[in-house]
Design a protein around this ligand. Structure first.
Ligand SMILES: [Zn+2]
Length: 504
């Protein structure tokens, strides 16, 4: 193994050739950020290299010559904006990992991604190099199309509201009336239609009859308004992605009763706006223009998000964005960091191999330490014998004994620490892979609260909303999965590129 002795690194910037992606900086921006980063981290740059070719297919002139020069020992590492700037295919990604393994690359630095040359770090890097966007695109497009078709057929493509149940009959997902809860819901709607009750009274009526939140609490008024009082589902229609469809499910109330309820809701609308309205994405976004928090407002049964405009300095010009719009974009963003099932399976396989390997090398290490301990025990015995035979005096005996005991303790600790450190990353990594595979499911479902919790986990609290566009940046380790958002171009090329990028 030949190891480089220079401390200089290559700065590598690559333009995004396939995608006009807001989140990927232009080349001058990348270089500027990298130079600043290098200054902060005390990195000496040998040369700035700029590539104009896609990293999805192997064979880029600048990249290839850089690798060659690193192999010759000209530089000790690479500085790039994110691993996806360096490689987007398994061959180039593999080259880099190999150079890390053989010590030719001592450092890999990314402002957008933290890498360390441990098994875990290399594992994450492999993911960042290979994660393909194309699967994600087609999956989300097809699912969306499928859901809309389902809605057009009159089947509500989501979780049924209280009073109904989602069941599977003859391998088809259908929605049936919940015989236990439906009468309670009907009673609640009838009561509210009289105009004598407040929404919170309806909440306590439902709670008394066993209809609560999952946590067993009274359902908040905003949810009662949105999901019960103004939900056309109960008379046979349903709302889906901002549109109303005619359903094929069994109504449990008449349209007449529903109209009466709407009248009361309208009359009480002043009261309702004072009560907390349904706003699942509250606290998730900041305004991209002025930086203040985004809040929600309900109008005509739909939720809108808008800037709180609390700034006294900036006169914010941002308008309202519909919840369906925010939801769609947020879901797309979530999909960019979801992990494909076949990848997850391969990674989990790789992890169990790693686990076996770790267990083996652990055993070898532990055995050698145990052998050393056994030697010490023998020495201790001989030492005691010498002392008893009066070959050595008491002081020498005590000094030597304490030396040997201290050495023994160190070895024992090394065994424990080694076992711990070798396995420490495997379990969390497994959990994370499973979690990352589930992202796509949550993104495709309509549980907005769940989406918000997930979004906070993945993007932190730096997501913004500006000009009706949602902007999120994934944190580590999620940023390893980051795939470019879909474009018409990428969809067109998908058939060709899949063969290249789907190999692990
Ligand atoms: Zn604003």
């Amino acid at each position: 193994m030949s190891v480089t002795n220079t401390n200089k690194m290559f700065l590598y910037a690559r333009k995004s050739t396939d995608v006009e992606d807001k989140q990927i900086r232009s080349i001058p921006d990348q270089i500027l950020e990298l130079r600043e980063f290098a200054k902060r981290e005390n990195i000496e740059i040998l040369e700035e290299l700029i590539e104009k070719q896609s990293a999805k297919i192997p064979g880029r002139p600048v990249f290839d010559s850089m690798i060659e020069r690193i192999e010759k020992g000209e530089a000790c590492g690479i500085l790039a904006w994110h691993p996806d700037r360096l490689a987007r295919n398994s061959i180039d990604g593999g080259k880099i990992i190999y150079l890390v393994d053989t010590g030719k690359i001592k450092l890999l630095k990314f402002p957008q991604f933290w890498f360390d040359p441990t098994p875990q770090g290399k594992f994450m890097l492999t993911i960042a190099f290979g994660q393909s966007k194309y699967y994600v695109d087609s999956l989300s497009e097809n699912t969306k199309r499928g859901l809309r078709q389902k809605a057009l057929r009159g089947e509500f493509p989501s979780w049924a509201p209280v009073g109904y149940l989602n069941v599977i009959r003859d391998r088809r997902k259908i929605i049936i009336v919940d015989k236990k809860k439906a009468p309670i819901v009907v009673k609640a709607l009838e009561m509210f239609a009289t105009g004598n009750l407040r929404i919170m009274d309806i909440g306590s009526f439902l709670a008394k009859n066993g209809i609560t939140t999952r946590g067993g609490k009274v359902i908040p008024s905003d949810q009662i308004t949105f999901q019960l009082l103004t939900n056309p589902f109960y008379f046979g229609h349903f709302r889906f992605k901002g549109e109303v469809y005619e359903g094929i499910h069994t109504p449990i109330i008449t349209k007449k009763l529903w109209d009466q309820v709407q009248k009361v809701v309208k009359r009480r609308s002043k009261v309702i706006t004072k009560e907390r309205i349904h706003k699942p994405f509250m606290g998730l976004f900041r305004c991209g223009e002025c930086g203040y928090m985004i809040t929600a407002e309900m109008k005509k049964g739909f939720t809108y998000y808008r800037c709180t405009k609390k700034s006294k300095v900036i006169k914010c010009t941002q308008l309202f964005t519909r919840e369906e719009d925010v939801d769609k974009q947020l879901s797309d963003n979530l999909l960019t960091v979801s992990l494909r099932q076949d990848w997850a399976d391969k990674m989990l396989d790789k992890l169990s191999l790693e686990e076996k390997y770790v267990a083996q090398s652990c055993q070898v290490f532990v055995q050698s330490k145990k052998d050393e301990i056994k030697l010490i025990n023998d020495k201790l015995q001989r030492l005691l014998d010498s002392y008893l035979d009066q070959v050595i005096d008491r002081d020498s005996y005590l000094i030597k004994k304490s030396e040997l005991l201290s050495l023994k303790k160190t070895l024992e600790e090394q065994i424990i620490n080694f076992q711990h450190s070798q396995n420490a990353w495997l379990e969390p990594m497994k959990q994370w892979i499973v979690e990352a595979t589930n992202v796509a499911n949550i993104a495709r479902e309509d549980n907005l609260e769940e989406k918000k919790v997930l979004a906070l986990k993945i993007f932190g609290s730096n997501s913004t909303l500006k000009d009706r566009k949602v902007c999120c940046e994934a944190l580590n380790p999620w940023s390893a999965l980051r795939a470019d958002p879909p474009t018409r171009d990428s969809v067109r090329k998908r058939g060709f590129i899949l063969n290249h990028s789907s190999q692990y």
